[in-house]
Design a protein. Structure first.
Length: 475
């Protein structure tokens, strides 16, 4: 049986809390001058010659954002054998901020290989593990959910069943080597059957990921926590006719054909990142291409990927991306740090928008606009959310959170930045009135009721609940 559910979206759906954080900030704290603002308006005018009526009034912004946040998705509701199994598991554990401990092991490099298939997908991971303290004898506990373990090797030697412990949520190595070592794990997953839409899933013919907050553990066994930051490579293999586009984080190093109609792409992200920023997209998509020259003269390729029929509606999104890149350089001194920036917009991405390093994924509603159907508020909302996810490149991605209790730090700072951006692009006063109006209409009632909670809670049971709590007014 299929049911239609309304799912929340993340994107800037956290902004109520962020707005609260920001409410005490002085709006001129980043030192804009009138000259700066007119400079952006000029930039804007130059960039939008193909669009009409380009001002960004915000009077109906909440309505436009709410539309974006009410995403409809279909999920199976029939009870599967696995769900029955899960009901026998321990009751959920409350996670306390005060219990935070540094990890015993860090991961230095992570090399992933995905062989995408119609029945199953094979994921090979090769991880360089470094003990935090030399000579550490603690067990290494990896998170993992809905995974089939195929093999596990330590320093190229295959482990026997007695060498590790596997349960429904963890893979534990009771006595790993005391120094630096290599861990190779092969898992089998079924993205086609993944209706949680976390981890790697297949929808409308495309493979897509969502790893924030704890989706990566549905891809492979890993220390799925944001303070584990590693350099990643990712090789993707798939049938070329079905999945001509293979995307992941970082720069595209190599691509080519394989036997049996398959092809591959090899991606390398030179910067350390937590696994919640990992992303993979494979499918039939087309791109709008452009370039951005950074202030130091580097050429960055920009691509917005959508199903072919949506491509004409990405003009404003591309404009918004270029405006955000320039604004972040000029106002915050932050230059983009890779050769390539990809945005994917697909109709069934359930989180609204996600800032995966150099591969932002959006629900189409937050990217597509055409002069025939979009309102000024729609244009303003797209500008804001494209900017928001782009700005995370530095506030959230390169500088990330220690644990999920710090979520509001990265979101608060990035919402502040996107508000400043939207203010410079349009009317600062109107934008501020719109934001304060949202606070008064949605956040204040929540804080006056039983759903009130601190911006940084002392505990949570599910990270997901914490995320939802922060975005309650958008549900
Ligand atoms: Zn955000």
């Amino acid at each position: 049986m299929m049911a239609r559910l309304i799912l929340p979206c993340k994107g800037s759906g956290l902004s109520n809390t962020c707005l609260l954080l920001q409410a005490t900030c002085r709006v001129n704290s980043v030192g804009h001058s009138v000259k700066n603002i007119s400079c952006y308006r000029q930039f804007l005018n130059l960039e939008v010659t193909c669009q009409r009526n380009y001002r960004f009034p915000y009077p109906s912004l909440p309505r436009a954002k709410q539309i974006g946040r009410r995403l409809i998705s279909s999920v199976a509701t029939e009870t599967s054998p696995k769900q029955v199994e899960e009901s026998k598991m321990d009751t959920p554990k409350e996670i306390f901020l005060k219990d935070y401990k540094l990890p015993d092991y860090y991961f230095d490099t992570v090399d992933l290989k995905f062989s995408l298939g119609e029945e199953k997908t094979i994921v090979c991971s090769k991880i360089t593990v470094v003990p935090r303290v030399e000579g550490c004898s603690s067990p290494l506990v990896l998170d993992g959910q809905d995974l089939k373990l195929v093999s596990i090797k330590v320093n190229s030697k295959e482990l026997k069943e007695d060498d590790f412990h596997l349960d429904l949520r963890h893979l534990t190595l009771p006595s790993p080597p005391s120094g630096k070592f290599t861990l190779e794990i092969v898992t089998e997953i079924c993205p086609q059957k993944n209706t949680s839409l976390e981890g790697l899933y297949k929808s409308s013919g495309n493979f897509c990921t969502q790893c924030e907050a704890e989706g990566f553990r549905k891809i492979t066994f890993y220390q799925d926590r944001p303070d584990i930051m590693a350099k990643y490579t990712c090789r993707i293999e798939a049938v070329k006719s079905l999945y001509p586009v293979l995307l992941s984080n970082g720069n595209l190093i190599e691509q080519g054909d394989l036997e049996d109609g398959r092809h591959y792409a090899f991606w390398e992200d030179p910067f350390k990142k937590p696994c919640y920023l990992f992303a993979l997209v494979a499918g039939q998509l087309e791109s709008r291409d452009d370039i951005f020259i950074t202030r130091s003269g580097r050429k960055v390729s920009l691509r917005i990927w959508t199903p072919a029929q949506d491509l004409p509606k990405t003009v404003h999104a591309m404009y918004s991306l270029k405006a955000a890149m320039k604004w972040d350089e000029d106002v915050f001194g932050l230059e983009y740090d890779l050769d390539l920036f990809n945005i994917v917009a697909v109709p069934d991405f359930n989180m609204g928008a996600m800032e995966n390093k150099s591969l932002n994924i959006f629900n189409s509603k937050l990217v597509l606009a055409s002069p025939e159907t979009a309102t000024d508020a729609d244009y303003a909302a797209i500008l804001g959310v494209i900017g928001h996810e782009y700005f995370h490149n530095w506030t959230g991605n390169r500088v990330t959170c220690r644990d999920w209790f710090q979520l509001s730090l990265k979101e608060g700072l990035t919402v502040f930045r996107d508000q400043e951006f939207s203010s410079d692009m349009g009317s600062r006063a109107v934008k501020r009135i719109s934001d304060v109006s949202k606070l008064r209409n949605y956040q204040f009632p929540q804080d006056a009721g039983p759903m009130a909670h601190p911006v940084r809670p002392h505990s949570y049971i599910k990270v997901w609940n914490h995320l939802l709590c922060l975005g309650t007014f958008f549900l």
